[in-house]
Design a protein around this ligand. Structure first.
Ligand code: HEM
Length: 557
């Protein structure tokens, strides 16, 4: 009888894998499975002692053996499938990646996923297995096929980490995402961007003032770019000035998030992340940030009339239009999550919103803001080559001199746009890319067939430095984007904002900030690396990258 029960447990384990875990997405319920297993174990102990006269010790042994064999069956079946049967096994990659996606996490102790991916692609080619169901692909076709307007691939389980909280960006259903995106779209139209101009200009002024105050001395430019970007997004989200550029400090709820990013560097599977989130106290910073955004949204809705009267249109004023007639729009959890997305999208799409988890390795403020990262990189690259600053100045002076200029006047400046593209190519703020899940019927990339339900990513850092796509790929050459087009061999490889219906909705806003602040600074200042500042950036990659402190010296032009 006992043997029969043990064999049944083993068989149940195998069946659970074959008929359930291997067929369906199960990442949402890891905690429930754990609780179920413990509850079954406890119930079995109780039943054996109460109804079958087992001693406590014997009951514990019998119940544990049964549960143990169930797990052995489930994991045994999983290992057999992964090692011998998985169709992904014919694709190149380290053998251990077949066994578990934790293999990938274990390589990321230095938070350098972009470098690890680069090394793996050098060794294994354009398509590399990085986990049991995960591939990294640098074939330029992947961009359009996985992310483009007609892509059949969908967002992977990565986007479920925050459930039940959902923002536009974490909506996996294309239909639902599309409907929400229609509500967001007017906030990023040309008309809306024109209305944000005054706010952006005022923060550009503040940045220039900060530089003027520290002329000739080393400044932590990346930190100031980060404060700049938070100030701009705070003002565009809530119509409030947080004065971060003046004070040099962030509101406490944002400050809390500084500890939250390190853990993202390990790219844990979604189920493991959700288990981490469930540990009481671990996600405290995230909840504080959620509350901060809910409070600010509440304030914003209550002051809507006042803000509208001042004519200071912001992103929320557009989103709130779709709530006309709704008594308390601020109570809608999707609007709450979208508000968080505005704040963090320019900072760290998805990432910060997901986890305010504490991580001991992240003990300094991380410069993970996408716009700030790009500004930091632009000036880091310019600081190493004064002739580039001069070329930019020569290009911009005729476009700006003697008039109240705006982004419209410099939008087509080829060298400026080239320099921005080069910063985004060499140090893309989203370096390892957002994962997609291939459609059940699979897809072909180049000559390779990718099976259905495979998680794929197209890492921009590796693609940006691939000689197959760019000539002299490691060099900063703004001209490749206008007068030397032969240096861009495969244009479709370049997608720092992603592409398609789920790509960056804030691209034009980001470019406006990047162009106008860069132009302001190069028109007024020369720039060089501060003494002791290394001439390489050692980024930390936690979905968006952290360029660390970059010390520069600005002098009057
Ligand atoms: C250099 C700066 C920026 C870069 C490189 C960048 C990059 C990206 C990328 C790669 C995505 C796609 C993420 C995904 O597939 O899930 C994205 C999405 C998004 N970005 Fe940006 N971004 C930048 C600035 C901004 C700014 C300033 C905003 C303003 C609010 C913004 C708002 C968003 C939003 C709302 C999404 C989600 C779009 C959707 O789900 O439809 N981004 N961004």
């Amino acid at each position: 009888m006992a043997l029969l029960v043990l064999l049944a447990s083993l068989a149940a384990g195998v069946a659970s894998h074959v008929f359930y875990f291997n067929r369906y997405e199960c990442h949402l319920h890891a905690l429930l499975y754990l609780q179920g297993l413990l509850a079954t174990w406890a119930a079995a102990c109780l039943a054996l002692t109460t109804f079958y006269g087992y001693t406590t010790r014997d009951a514990l042994t019998a119940a544990s053996s049964s549960v143990g064999l169930f797990l052995a069956g489930a994991y045994g079946s999983l290992l057999v499938y992964r090692i011998f049967l998985n169709p992904l096994n014919r694709l190149p990659g380290p053998w251990l990646a077949r066994v578990s996606t934790f293999y990938w996490s274990c390589r990321l102790g230095k938070m350098d996923s972009y470098l690890q991916l680069q090394a793996m692609h050098k060794q294994y080619g354009p398509i590399v297995r990085i986990g049991s169901g995960d591939l990294s692909i640098i074939h330029p076709e992947c961009i359009d096929l996985a992310y483009g307007p007609d892509a059949k691939a969908m967002k992977s389980s990565f986007y479920d980490q925050e459930l039940p909280l959902r923002s536009m960006q974490t909506m996996r259903s294309k239909l639902e995402h599309g409907q929400r995106r229609k509500i967001w779209a007017p906030a990023f139209s040309d008309k809306a961007l024109r209305a944000y101009k005054t706010k952006i200009d005022s923060y550009n002024d503040k940045y220039v003032r900060r530089v003027t105050e520290s002329i000739g001395t080393p400044v932590n430019a990346s930190n100031w770019f980060n404060l700049y970007s938070f100030d701009v997004m705070g003002s565009l989200a809530f119509g409030k000035d947080y004065h971060m550029l003046e004070s040099g400090e962030r509101p406490p709820a944002l400050e809390l998030l500084k500890d939250g990013l390190g853990v993202l560097a390990f790219y844990f599977p979604t189920w493991a992340f959700r288990l981490l989130l469930a540990i009481p106290g671990l996600a405290g910073a995230f909840h504080a940030f959620v509350k901060f955004c809910v409070d600010e949204l509440d304030w914003r809705v209550k002051h809507a009339a006042e803000i509208d009267e001042k004519g200071g249109k912001d992103i929320l004023s557009w989103l709130l239009k779709s709530y006309e007639g709704v008594e308390k729009p601020q109570a809608d959890p999707i609007l709450q999550a979208d508000t968080r997305l505005i704040i963090i999208a320019g900072v760290c799409p998805v990432a910060i919103s997901l986890y305010g988890l504490r991580c001991p390795s992240a003990n300094t403020w991380t410069h993970s803001d996408t716009t700030a990262t790009t500004l930091s990189v632009i000036f880091f690259l310019l600081a190493q080559d004064p002739s580039q600053v001069q070329t930019l100045r020569n290009e911009l002076r005729p476009l700006t001199e003697g008039r109240q200029w705006s982004d419209v006047d410099i939008r087509q400046a080829p060298h400026l746009n080239g320099a921005i593209n080069e910063a985004l190519r060499l140090y893309p703020p989203v370096s390892s890319a957002f994962p997609r899940l291939t459609a059940p019927e699979g897809m072909r990339i180049g000559d390779t067939w990718i099976p259905g339900n495979t998680t794929i990513r197209a890492p921009q850092y590796v693609m940006g430095r691939d000689e197959a796509s760019y000539e002299d790929a490691e060099k900063f050459v703004p001209e490749r984007w206008y007068s030397k087009p032969h240096m861009v061999k495969l244009k479709e490889a370049f997608a720092p904002f992603s592409v398609g219906p789920m790509g960056c909705i804030g691209k034009n806003l980001a470019l406006t900030e990047l162009r106008t602040l860069t132009a302001r600074l190069v028109l007024e200042f020369d720039v060089r690396l501060a003494p002791g500042q290394e001439n390489v950036i050692r980024m930390k990659d936690h979905i968006t990258v952290d360029v660390g402190d970059i010390y520069l010296v600005f002098t009057k032009a």
